[in-house]
Design a binder for this molecule. Structure first.
Ligand SMILES: [Zn+2]
Length: 282
């Protein structure tokens, strides 16, 4: 009995060695299989990434618009699934856009301010509100005091945009133009061939107080790309119309009532879409 036990204990180290050998063999066989699985999935991931990047590069404006819509849909999803945006094409104006701005302003019951007297009346009654100047939003020093006014929903839009831009770039945006009168637009027409008409279907949307110009001067390429990415989902959602001007170097933006007058969940959704898409700009 004792001899048997002694022989058993002498055999133990051998058994340990044997067990260790079997374990080591199993591990040696399993590891390459495991690592090839990892390598394979990495490769697949990288291929998918290249495919996504190539697709993105070949996308034109329509594609970016679709991306904006998809982004709007994806606001509640993880932003890890979003692609990095390096280039957003300019938000160019068009005749159709200008017609739309005027049609919508008319449909929303906005009047065109004929002269300073009518403008002063609306400002005194609080029917037009001051451009919400702040650390994040300055106003061109040359803009007369009585033209530093806009529609309340335009002011809300400006405050949101300026806050979001300041959080990212730590510098203010500049408003170069807000409300104008028909009389002023007429004088502008005479000195600047590029100025919009004072009356008619293609009249300047500034005459309703719904439009503002934000200067591009001094903005980096990254800032301009960020601006486009922030504005695009709102334009796609029909809350604003943007005409990027190159002669005057500004973003001309007409803001519609539905920027604030939409069902409670919708503005948050689109503000989130704007912030998400702009956050992808590197
Ligand atoms: Zn403008």
């Amino acid at each position: 009995m004792l001899k048997g036990l002694a022989a058993f204990f002498r055999g133990l180290p051998k058994m340990r060695t044997y067990r260790f050998f079997v374990f080591a063999m199993a591990l040696a066989l399993a590891l390459p299989a495991f690592s090839s699985t990892v390598r394979h999935s990495r490769l697949r991931h990288r291929r998918a990434h290249y495919a996504r990047t190539a697709t993105y590069r070949t996308r034109h404006r329509a594609g970016v618009r679709r991306a904006a819509l998809e982004t709007a849909e994806a606001t509640e999803q993880t932003n890890a699934s979003l692609e990095r945006v390096r280039f957003v094409p300019p938000l160019r104006g068009s005749l159709a856009s200008l017609l739309r701005q005027n049609e919508r302003d008319t449909a929303e019951g906005l009047v065109r301010f004929a002269n300073d007297a009518q403008l002063d009346e609306f400002e005194a009654e609080g029917r037009l509100v001051p451009v919400p100047a702040s650390l994040a939003l300055r106003v061109n020093a040359e803009l007369p005091m009585d033209r530093r006014y806009c529609q309340p929903w335009t002011a809300q839009f400006l405050a949101d945009l300026a806050r979001s831009h300041f959080a990212r770039f730590r510098r203010p945006l500049q408003v170069n133009s807000a409300v104008r009168t028909v009389a002023f637009q007429r004088s502008l027409e005479e000195i600047n061939g590029n100025a919009a008409a004072a009356t008619g279907d293609l009249a300047s949307p500034h005459e309703t107080g719904a439009a503002v110009d934000i200067g591009k001067k001094g903005m980096s390429f990254q800032e301009i790309a960020w601006m486009r990415a922030w504005l695009l989902p709102l334009e796609t959602a029909g809350k604003i119309d943007v005409e990027e001007e190159f002669y005057q170097a500004c973003f001309h933006i007409t803001v519609y009532r539905n920027y604030v007058h939409a069902p409670a969940a919708t503005p948050r959704r689109h503000a989130a879409a704007s912030t998400l898409l702009a956050a992808q700009v590197r």
